[in-house]
Write a protein that binds this ligand. Structure first.
Ligand SMILES: [Zn+2]
Length: 331
């Protein structure tokens, strides 16, 4: 869905009921899209809108597109006052400093002071988070916080992950926990990665890697949705590539499963819509993990779907800038 509100009249009506002092902006940048919405004091997500935005155009153009998209989203709500914003970015971003560190497919973003630029453009305090970590939190919330120990993987153009431990999102010492994509994996030896090293999971298992492989085989593949479309219709080359990719991701995840003993591994992102991919991940985890860690392990696809990151961001935004009189607010 491109360029248009995705919510119906009921949600719009509920948004009208939001008091001026009870709204936050949540936004997720993907490789080729921007998804944004308004959240309320009760972490309800309203008015989700998606537009085509290419983060490889660099921070100024990307941030300008966010501002423009926000203006369109709330054009009919001139009195709406945002408390703050929480923004998810598709790269290794420190949730402590907001700094991006050598993000793949994001030229111009390395070391960029995006927090300052975002705050200047939006006129409100901004929190930034990695998209997969925000997705992990969103998935935890969407499952009514019933799975307090889970690994969430966002497998799309890139691969990212987030860990919920005892109900808390794990950030790590430098605020960059979950970056599974640069784990060295068998079968990727010698392949140059965007991080400057060779042999990373990213080079063989990401949607970008599958796309490159299929183009090399003569297929016309413009985007990740072409990859998933072919795999879902059982195109032999696409299915083979997606299966191998899923197996490599599952093998990489198995060391995390053995070490952390999560209750669930949740697969999100565009590739999670491909059954062959999910089956390959599941099979590789079972093959390479200890029985005692997998006996009760759930391996499932996302229930939060494409709103996973936005749902997580609602909590991040609200916690960073709580409403002044929470009990008086409604949604
Ligand atoms: Zn790498």
């Amino acid at each position: 869905m491109i360029d248009g509100p995705s919510t119906g009249g009921r949600r719009a009506a509920r948004l009208e009921a939001v008091r001026n002092d009870a709204a936050w902006l949540v936004a997720e940048f993907g490789g080729g899209h921007l998804r944004l919405g308004i959240s309320t004091a009760r972490e309800t997500l309203l008015r989700v809108r998606e537009t085509r935005v290419d983060v490889s155009d660099g921070p100024p153009a990307t941030i300008a597109a966010l501002r423009e998209s926000l203006d369109t989203l709330v054009a009919d709500l001139p009195d709406l006052r945002l408390h703050s914003a929480a923004i998810a970015l598709p790269g290794p971003v420190s949730s402590l400093t907001g700094e991006l560190i050598a993000p793949a497919r994001m030229p111009g973003w390395h070391g960029a002071r995006v927090l300052d630029e975002l705050e200047e453009a939006l006129g409100v305090p901004v929190q930034v988070e990695n998209d997969a970590r925000a997705g992990a939190l969103g998935e935890f919330i969407a499952r009514e916080e019933a799975i307090p120990d889970l690994i969430y993987v966002k497998a799309g153009t890139g691969i990212g992950a987030g860990l919920i431990s005892r109900g808390q999102l794990v950030h790590g010492g430098a605020g960059v926990a979950g970056d599974i994509t640069h784990v060295p994996v068998p079968g990727a030896e010698g392949r140059q990665c965007s991080c400057g090293r060779t042999g990373c999971l990213e080079t063989v298992a990401s949607g970008a890697a599958i796309r490159r492989e299929l183009i090399g085989q003569g297929l016309d593949i413009a985007s990740i949705s072409d990859v998933t479309g072919l795999a879902q219709t059982f195109h032999p080359d696409a299915t083979t590539a997606v299966r191998r990719s899923g197996k490599q991701l599952g093998t990489a995840l198995s060391s995390l499963v053995n070490f952390l003993n999560p209750s669930a591994v949740i697969l999100g992102g565009a590739l999670s819509a491909v059954d062959a991919y999910v089956a390959a991940v599941r099979s590789a985890i079972y093959d390479s993990s200890l029985a005692m860690t997998t006996q009760q392990l759930r391996i499932e696809t996302t229930v939060a779907g494409s709103d996973a990151a936005l749902i997580g961001l609602t909590r991040i935004a609200r916690r960073s800038t709580p409403p002044p009189v929470p009990d008086a607010l409604s949604n």
